[in-house]
Design a protein around this ligand. Structure first.
Ligand code: NDP
Ligand code: HSE
Length: 436
């Protein structure tokens, strides 16, 4: 059988990784897919540089529209990134009957519903394993391996850049900016690194997983997003003292009143496996009602790990290319007419535990006033740490770990605590998850 023909959009970190892995493993890939998979045309901005890298292996153009309208192409692999141009390219490719493989979580989290509908109307597949947690086959696990389960919650370290930064800050005492520069040099960071450090990239990924886990449309605009830029080294240190690690987690959970969808720095017990995921590594815990907790760990970014997922999708699409579209795995795991409108809860209605750090005057009765405010709001204290005030200073830090309460109650408590004359600065609040 003739090889299936692939058009590649972009030849950067991921695009070149795809080219390289396909070339290196072509014989085994062909044995698995049942036919060869051949990249015949590549679109980039800098044509000369790409031609040098590819050394005549395929045609190189600077107009990506040529790739998505090329009648010889069966599958378009999108590795350009961003929303606007890629939305247009992907929708044009779909209208031209081409299957899509993409690593672009931003595109799918924002325009996924439109893209999946267009794909259905044109009987083509959109595959996106690389869009979430790079090389970890978490989309395959959620859509297929765990399909018997009612998924209860997912929690993941799904941004390599921020996990790398937090690890470098904790282990080596590096400054935030130095660690971010390193992550950029290593190819982990997004073109715009604010997507990483402000939690947006992780929110794109948890949005996609939430849709697949609970059978709801992708709803990035409803996600609560908080990054690591306001995290202070002192809180990383206090968390350690209390037996916790701080990780940027993407969390989605099904509760009676709806779905939680959130990204924020989170204290997790140091003894959890996921608390020990360091550097650019990713890990996702999925809690299913039948299987219990399962953990998926691996490289979430970088050329070859991401290419591993893209090429796996290429093999899947090649195998299913001629299958009846009705027999393919639905894009969001649930049949499109069976998606539900379960609401995504505003952060005020989320229930979790909290780490609070307060700078207070070292005076009689301060602690009693604070605990009274918490008690009045029904917030129960799980642990409390008061640091000795430094010599010559009449102030100190108090750290309080609460039991579970609704975010709106903790917000009211923080407002009242900050109004006390003995509380000397804003209260630092970090959410906590036990993940058991
Ligand atoms: P890069 O910036 O390394 O590569 C982007 C590529 O797209 C470059 O080859 C660039 O061309 C090309 N390109 C950009 N604009 C155009 C255009 N207008 N026309 C034609 N080509 C264009 O990005 P990455 O490879 O890092 O990321 C690609 C996608 O993969 C993103 O969606 C990202 O979120 C996702 N991703 C990235 C991971 C990673 O580890 N880097 C991991 C998982 C997903 P030129 O070479 O000429 O500049
Ligand atoms: N910027 C992303 C990260 C790339 O750091 O995880 C992988 O999606």
């Amino acid at each position: 059988m003739n090889p299936i023909k692939v058009g590649l959009l972009g030849l950067g970190t991921v695009g070149y990784g795809v080219f390289d892995v396909l070339r290196r493993n072509q014989e085994e890939i062909q044995r698995r897919a049942g036919r060869g998979i051949e990249i015949t045309i590549v679109a980039v901005r800098n044509v000369e540089r790409a031609r040098q890298r590819l050394a005549g292996a395929c045609e190189v153009v600077d107009d990506p529209m040529r790739v998505v309208t090329d009648p010889n192409i069966d599958i378009v692999v999108e590795t350009i990134g961003g929303y606007d141009l890629t939305r247009e390219l992907v929708l044009t490719a779909i209208a031209n009957g081409k299957h899509i493989v993409t690593a672009n979580k931003a595109l799918l989290a924002v325009h996924g519903n439109e893209i999946f509908a267009a794909a259905r109307a044109n009987n083509v597949m959109v595959a996106f394993e690389a869009a979430v947690a790079g090389g970890i086959p978490i989309i395959k696990a959620l859509r297929e391996g765990l399909t018997a389960n009612r998924i209860e919650w997912i929690a993941g370290i799904i941004n390599g850049t921020t996990n790398f930064i937090l690890s470098e800050m904790r282990d080596k005492g590096l400054d935030f900016d130095v660690a971010l520069k390193e992550a950029q040099q290593l190819g982990y960071a997004e073109a715009d690194p604010t997507f990483d450090i402000e939690g947006i990239d992780a929110a794109h990924k948890i949005t996609i997983m939430s849709a697949i886990a609970f059978g709801v449309p992708v709803q990035f605009d409803k996600a609560y997003v908080e990054g690591i830029t306001r995290l202070a080294a002192i809180d990383i240190k206090y968390a350690e003292e209390l037996g916790y690690r701080i990780k940027l987690l993407g969390i989605t959970r099904r509760v009676a009143s709806g779905i939680e969808l959130r990204v924020h720095p989170t204290l997790i017990p140091g003894k959890r496996l996921i608390a020990n995921v360091e550097g650019p590594m990713n890990a996702v815990v999925v809690q299913g009602d039948a299987v219990g907790a399962t953990l998926y760990y691996g490289k979430g970014a970088g050329a070859e790990p991401t290419a591993s997922a893209v090429v796996a999708d290429l093999v899947d699409v090649t195998r299913l290319h001629t299958a009846d579209p009705g027999h393919r795995v639905p894009h969001l795991a649930f049949q499109h007419d069976a998606l539900s409108n379960t609401p995504v809860l505003p952060i005020d209605e989320v229930t979790t535990s909290y780490y609070l750090r307060l700078r207070v005057a070292d005076q009689t009765g301060v602690l009693a006033e604070i605990t009274r405010i918490l008690a009045d709001l029904g917030i129960s204290i799980d642990a409390l740490l008061q640091k000795e005030s430094r010599e010559g200073e009449q102030q100190t830090d108090i750290i309080i770990l609460t039991h579970q309460t609704q975010e709106k109650h903790i917000n009211t408590a923080i407002g009242r605590i900050e109004a006390l004359p003995t509380v000397l600065s804003n209260v630092t609040r970090i959410r906590m998850e036990s993940l058991n």
